[in-house]
Design a protein around this ligand. Structure first.
Ligand code: F6R
Length: 646
């Protein structure tokens, strides 16, 4: 349903008085629905031109943002008869140098995601050529521009936005008048691309359409999905136009729409601090958000905020509604205080009316779902240890094998060990397997997918590490479950779609344990990644099992992945971690040796996983301290997910 979220946004305002957004923005609950909407707009434009016997020229993007748009266009071609026979396409960019058949090539990307599945004439497809010799690049770029112009210019341009604020590969510093050219990639862009370039260098350069080329498009649709895009979306849409954020030039285009999901919208003023742009419908959540914001802004603990502080910072409405700062401060302070508990499984025989968890049953059955084999200890290792120490029946379930995130040199070490050991003890067929695995790693080409045996070895490496980590937290082996969800097993960063086979595996474990508490990685922020799919598998399992009697007592707690924590006002359970527990947590993370000292997928952050976890847990504790609560060494935070049947 178009724009379903706009109503929810409007609900938080009595009146929105001003808008600080300078590009029209549509916020969608779900990027899947938004992508379908965009695909339908494109399809309508194609059909309109067909009726007029005219061609249409589309500017296309690669990356994760448009993938679902292409999926829907392919579906419409196959099921609804949408034809692309009158379509010309020009892609924004290509790495340089780049062979068209390389796995990272945008030529290959476009064919795999779109062109191979539709009836577009091959000669209508244009993608910058990453094989042109350096001395011919400028002429080639000029020709690319002329070709677009000769077809009447771009009718619709599809864009993603990079974390640097780039569109195409127009990095910070790009001029508004820039045309198609060879550019240098920003360091952050290269970091973000590292996942696609396992074991090899990300190119330093690319050929990209210029800002001017893009701005001449008659219509521009730009997309951003996920919390990692939220800061740049805000700057591009709300701040002044500047070459340091090239996407901000779109403020000068009179037919652009920015499609974003709720998480990418989270930094926009109308979401983050709606009281600065309107008169709000205050509820407890919004009040808590406003009071913690004020406290942080003024560097004053909550209980020291005065009427004047509220009045001077656009929050006088709150004082009118609550009578005084004193009462308001106490109310919000108590709410936050009640989230803090050293008893994540509930405190036995205690009054639980203001505690995050139920006192009964005093010994709970718990499943910790971990998308990769180390998320359990990285994200909630301290709470994991506490739950075990406090006598709950804790199970951990590793949802995927995590096999693609093992370096070849680590796998080779194990294979050589096995090989040499096997030579003395094993059957010939096993030896042959291992000899083949060793050969395939030694002769692996850049970007090539691992053989089945190598993937198996890599999966086993992570399995052994996960077992060691869980044992270190005090778990017995029978409570450690490896699910190997099938959607993950492609050997590539691109995974299969979630299927009932995946959900059945979750259902089976849920039915076996009948948990009172389930912990899951709640990374709604990452719309494409493994965490998001793993969470979806749990949501679907809860939905399928909801009529079971024991499900009425089953609570779902979400933790966040390695990179970011819940904002303080969204935390519903804050578990303090002592210095000794933090050290134990660190040692549990150390068990994941293949992820130390240069993991294949560090995710744009030079710190090791244990450092990120500690920094984040210490920062959460410090936030509570700054707001005026007790000073803890570290805190792990959780949010309860409530289903509408609960
Ligand atoms: C891709 C392109 C880039 C991406 C941007 C966002 O052709 O030109 O500007 O659109 O880097 O990438 P994703 O969508 O992967 O976040």
């Amino acid at each position: 349903m178009a724009n379903s979220i706009d109503k929810a946004i409007q609900d938080q305002f009595k009146f929105q008085l001003i808008s600080v957004e300078k590009i029209p923005i549509e916020v969608w609950e779900d990027n899947f629905e938004a992508s379908k909407h965009i695909a339908h707009l494109i399809a309508d434009a194609i059909k309109q031109k067909q009726q007029d016997f005219q061609p249409i020229v589309l500017g296309l993007a690669t990356g994760s943002s448009p993938v679902k748009v292409y999926e829907e266009l392919v579906r419409m071609h196959k099921e609804d008869g949408l034809s692309f026979s009158n379509v010309y396409t020009f892609n924004l960019d290509e790495y340089y140098p780049m062979q068209p058949d390389a796995v990272q090539s945008y030529v290959r990307f476009m064919h795999e995601h779109l062109f191979n599945h539709i009836d577009i004439p091959q000669e209508n497809i244009h993608i910058p050529d990453g094989t042109i010799p350096m001395d011919g690049v400028q002429d080639y770029c000029d020709f690319y521009e002329q070709k677009i112009e000769s077809l009447g210019g771009l009718d619709i341009q599809l864009l993603g936005i990079g974390r640097t604020g780039h569109i195409g590969f127009n990095e910070p510093g790009s001029w508004e008048t820039s045309k198609t050219r060879l550019v240098r990639l920003d360091n952050l862009t290269r970091e973000d691309a590292r996942e696609d370039f396992t074991n090899q260098d990300v190119p330093y350069r690319a050929i990209t359409m210029g800002i001017d080329t893009i701005m001449k498009a008659k219509q521009i649709q730009i997309m951003a999905w996920g919390a990692h895009k939220a800061p740049v979306v805000k700057i591009a849409a709300e701040d002044e136009v500047s070459a340091t954020i090239p996407s901000s030039y779109l403020q000068h285009h009179d037919n652009t729409i920015f499609y974003i999901d709720r998480t990418a919208a989270s930094e926009l003023t109308r979401f983050k601090t709606p009281w600065l742009v309107g008169i709000c419908n205050w509820d407890d959540d919004l009040i808590t958000k406003a009071v913690t914001w004020l406290s942080e802004k003024l560097s004053k603990p909550i209980l020291k905020l005065t009427n004047e502080d509220y009045n001077e910072n656009n929050l006088s409405d709150l004082i009118i509604e609550e009578a005084s700062a004193y009462q308001l401060n106490i109310r919000v302070f108590n709410r936050l205080q009640h989230t803090i508990t050293g008893w994540p499984g509930g405190k036995p025989n205690a009054d639980d009316s203001t505690r995050p968890e139920r006192a009964k049953p005093s010994k709970k059955r718990v499943i910790i779902f971990s998308p990769h084999p180390d998320d359990d200890v990285i994200s909630m290792g301290g709470t994991f240890i506490r739950l075990v120490d406090q006598g709950h029946e804790v199970h951990v379930a590793y949802q995927t094998s995590g096999n693609i995130a093992v370096n070849d040199h680590d796998a080779l070490r194990y294979i050589e060990f096995y090989n040499e050991f096997a030579q003395e003890t094993m059957e010939d067929s096993l030896i042959a397997d291992m000899v083949e695995a060793e050969r395939s790693i030694r002769h692996k080409h850049i970007g090539e997918t691992d053989s089945d045996t190598v993937r198996k070895v890599k999966g086993l490496i992570r399995k052994g590490e996960a077992r060691a980590g869980a044992r270190f937290c005090g778990l017995k082996d029978s409570n450690i479950h490896f699910m190997n969800l099938p959607f993950y097993e492609t050997g590539k960063t691109k995974k299969k779609a979630l299927s009932q086979d995946d959900i059945d595996l979750i259902n089976d474990l849920m039915q076996e344990i009948k948990p009172h508490q389930v912990y899951a990685a709640g990374d709604l922020a990452d719309p494409h990644g493994t965490h998001r799919v793993c969470l979806e598998s749990i949501f679907q399992s809860f939905d399928q099992l909801k009529n079971k009697k024991w499900m009425k007592d089953c609570w779902l707690w979400l933790y966040r992945g390695a990179w970011h924590e819940y904002p303080i006002d969204e935390i519903e359970m804050a578990v303090p971690i002592s210095p000794e527990e933090l050290l134990r947590k660190r040692k549990a993370i150390f068990m994941h040796q293949s992820q130390k000292d240069g993991a294949p997928f560090p995710g744009g952050d030079a710190r090791e996983f244990w450092q990120r976890a500690e920094d984040r847990n210490r920062e959460a504790a410090d936030t509570f301290r700054r707001l005026g609560f007790a000073e803890y060494e570290a805190i792990e935070a959780f949010r309860r997910w409530k289903f509408d049947w609960q």
